[in-house]
Design a protein around this ligand. Structure first.
Ligand code: UD1
Length: 461
């Protein structure tokens, strides 16, 4: 049975309306090289936080280049539940938070999407009160929000956590947060973004020290500045925000997704293929490009915002330590582990950002990888081949790592638990197929037989 069930909002296969939805799997037949050009979508982590940034403004905000992802759809549901008007037309989102009066975010949505907690800064800045369920732990670690909370308290908010809800309000008649000097114990991306948004409408100047320097933080600052905010220093570890009384409408384009681009660079490397990628901002990919070059992969800037990746003669082993930007991104660790599993020699991976982000090791071992884990270190002994197997995605980037393993492995790989992949990759299998990969999404019955084959999503190249 074949069909075309595409959700009109997310542009994703509509697994909700397809019967027996969670039995969908990806099948990948390995050993085919890739060829051609791939269009990189807008950055997931930017789009999500820009959507919350739109709450700061009571006029129309247009956000372009928004990827089609389950996480974006969830964030749209959170905003709708707060009374915000949100409309999607292709890759453009129109948001109007004029009638934004609800300060209580819905539990069942916030707990599914950590980034929605970051809206607490914008809600508090606009309304002076916010009730936000704690996002809870997730597959890759406990992920606390203490830095967000302490920063908001430093700006004058009273915050209490009761029954899993973070209740915050700004005392005083004008309900306006006050500028403060805040030092972050660690350069948390989310805390930097929450506090930057909160400070945008605060009274006076806020200085965030030891701030995160990720490109998505810079994108949020640029977005807020395009609405009239006064933020300087984003991209360095000291960000200064001079509060303004209100923001105005904007039309803004999200930066390209450096993690999606990094995943395609790794796909080219692991299949010994030549690919063109655009649009990309090469500067955002420096740690990934440097590591691939160290492994023998050739990458050149073909034209502005366009990279050409060419195969290595021999993929050499390399050591990796994940770090806050501009260090090697934790969101590329799983994909690199797959690549290193096929490299010549031994590699050491040290995951320093999250405490539980090596769960994909067990799945890669199922495919023949030789990896040992000790704490947050993985020792990867390169093997000549991986073999196709049935594997389970354990988190978003781990699912991409398994797709890469499937592309390189001998025979057929079947990947289960696709909801992780759909959170953060815009039409991954369609883009891969367009490059020549043999990959399909099907629904299977208890015997593993195909009962439904999803048709191609629209591929935008
Ligand atoms: C963001 C990204 C995620 C990426 C991560 C690190 C989004 C939506 N997600 O997540 O893809 O993997 O940055 O680059 O942008 N921490 C605390 N207290 C806090 C906040 C964080 O201890 O209040 C810790 C976390 O547990 C973690 C580390 O700081 O160990 C880094 O987390 P953080 O930078 O905050 O990640 P997120 O913003 O959640």
């Amino acid at each position: 049975m074949e069909g075309r069930l595409i959700n009109p909002v997310s542009g994703l296969p509509d697994t909700k309306n397809a019967p027996e939805a969670d039995s969908s799997v990806l099948r990948v037949w390995g050993g085919h090289s890739l060829r051609g050009h791939v269009k990189i979508s807008g950055a997931k982590n930017s789009a999500l936080v820009l959507m919350t940034g739109a709450l700061l403004c009571s006029e129309d905000c247009r956000i372009r280049n928004v990827p089609r992802l389950a996480d974006v759809e969830r964030m749209a549901q959170v905003l709708s539940a707060l009374g915000i008007k949100i409309h999607r037309n292709g890759e453009t989102l129109d948001i109007n938070a004029k009638d934004f009066t609800t300060s209580k975010a819905p539990y069942e949505l916030v707990t599914q999407l950590r980034a929605s907690f970051f809206a607490i800064g914008a809600i508090l800045a606009r309304l002076g009160v916010a009730q936000m369920p704690l996002p809870g732990g997730c597959a890759i670690g406990a992920r606390p929000v203490d830095l967000h909370v302490r920063g908001l308290q430093a700006m004058g908010a009273e915050v209490q956590i009761e029954h899993g809800i973070c209740n915050a309000h700004v005392p005083g008649s004008n309900r306006r947060l006050k500028g403060a000097k805040i030092y972050l114990d660690s350069p948390s991306v989310g805390a930097t973004e929450t506090l930057m948004m909160a400070a945008t409408l605060a009274d006076g100047e806020t200085i965030l020290d030891n701030a995160a320097r990720e490109p998505e933080v810079v994108d949020l600052a640029n977005f807020c500045n395009s609405m009239g905010a006064k933020i300087t220093g984003a991209g360095t570890s000291t960000i200064t925000i001079l509060g303004v009384s209100k923001l105005h409408s904007t039309d803004y384009e999200v930066i390209p997704d450096r993690i999606e681009a990094g995943t395609f660079l790794t796909a080219a490397a692991i299949t010994h293929s030549e690919l063109l990628l655009s649009p990309v901002i090469p500067e955002h990919l420096l740690p990934v490009i440097a590591k691939l070059q160290e492994m023998g992969v050739n990458i050149v800037e073909e034209a502005p915002n366009c990279l050409r990746v060419m195969p290595a003669e021999v993929l050499k082993a390399a050591d990796i330590q994940t770090l806050p930007h501009p260090g090697f991104p934790t969101d590329m660790q799983a994909q690199f582990m797959t690549l290193l599993a096929l490299a010549d020699g031994d590699s050491l991976i040290n995951e320093t950002v999250f405490e539980n982000r090596l769960q994909h090791v067990a799945e890669l071992k199922r495919m023949g990888a030789n990896i040992r884990v000790k704490g947050n270190h993985a020792i990867v002994e390169g093997v000549p081949l991986l073999s196709g197997a049935t594997v389970t995605a354990t988190d978003l980037r781990a699912s991409a790592a398994l797709v890469l393993a499937g592309l390189a492995a001998q025979g057929k790989t079947t990947i289960q638990d696709l909801h992780h992949l759909d959170r953060g990759y815009d039409c991954l299998e369609a883009k891969m197929r367009n490059l020549g990969a043999k990959i399909e999404r099907v629904r299977v019955n208890a015997e593993g037989e195909t009962v439904y084959r999803y048709a191609d999503e629209a591929v935008r190249v």
